[in-house]
Write a protein that binds this ligand. Sequence first.
Ligand SMILES: NC(=O)c1ccc[n+]([C@@H]2O[C@H](COP(=O)([O-])OP(=O)(O)OC[C@H]3O[C@@H](n4cnc5c(N)ncnc54)[C@H](OP(=O)(O)O)[C@@H]3O)[C@@H](O)[C@H]2O)c1
Length: 302
Amino acid sequence: MTFLELLFLLLVGYYFIYVIFWLILDCNLGLWYTSYFGLSVSSMRGQVVWVTGASSGIGRALSLVFAKYGVRLVISARRENLLESLKKDCLERSNGLLSERDVLILPMDMLMVSVHEDCFESVLKHFGRLDVLVNNAGRSQRASWEEIAVQVDRDLFELDVFSVINLSRIVVRYFLKQAGGHGHIVVTSSIAGFCAVPFSATYCAAKSAINAYLNTLRMEHRNIDVTTFCPGPVATDFLQEAFTSEPEKKYGRSTANQKRMSAERCGALFAASIANKLDLAWCGLFPLMGNSTMNKIREGKL
Ligand SMILES: NC(=O)c1ccc[n+]([C@@H]2O[C@H](COP(=O)([O-])OP(=O)(O)OC[C@H]3O[C@@H](n4cnc5c(N)ncnc54)[C@H](OP(=O)(O)O)[C@@H]3O)[C@@H](O)[C@H]2O)c1
């Protein structure tokens, strides 16, 4: 066998194994490996992590994983009653690693950017520091491309992009000036931010935009860690809350009985990707195979 033939064989072997793993795993290979052999989430014990959109779904599941390993938490969203019950669950899950003071409930409407600075001051006043900001709050969309009102484009970008960037800038300035130039910014993006999916034009554009914003942050400040986490379909209240083509109208459907990754599994993978400061990670139950298959997957019909 010549050297070139051997090289070719190794290359084919590598891609074969890669595709096999891609088909059987529920996340990218790097994240899967890291979740078993990388740093445990317990390495973050004592750090302060701020999770937005913590009242339900992925943000709630992520907060519970952090609590289990003694990571101190700031939990934000609009529904204060759900944050109260999450705090109770976090303290229970921490099994004594966290005390009452270690979980701060910080109600906040992400859209009210004028209060972001004050909210951050409350975090510093309470904990004296912040190590990681997890920008998780967000809403999806179901709408035909040609029917979307421009006001919906604006509203979705306000929540999924501009509010995230505003809060991140406040925190990045703190990392640069008061935290020795170090810190960690995380965003819950989506596979839809990399690979267009039908009937979510504004959402795909918004998640692509957030990816681009964070990629440039990563280039400009090498000491600041940036994690872009991209779930595929996950079983949450996501479809209930999704934007449509008309302003103020929600999609209002449930994900019950759909084949989706559980929020708990997603939260565990998300926490592993943060603990290991992965630049980019994705998870989902299926490989993505083209438009119509992609749509069936996200509607839980495949
Ligand atoms: N589920 C999926 O299939 C999926 C897939 C890819 C990416 N994602 C991303 O995952 C993130 C979380 O979504 P999820 O699936 O967990 O859905 P979810 O259960 O509906 O959670 C959304 C969270 O965002 C918060 N939120 C919404 N509007 C807000 C606002 N104006 N101000 C503050 N908080 C607000 C909600 O809290 P309040 O209503 O209490 O304010 C809630 O805690 C989103 O960024 C989404 O794009 C989800």
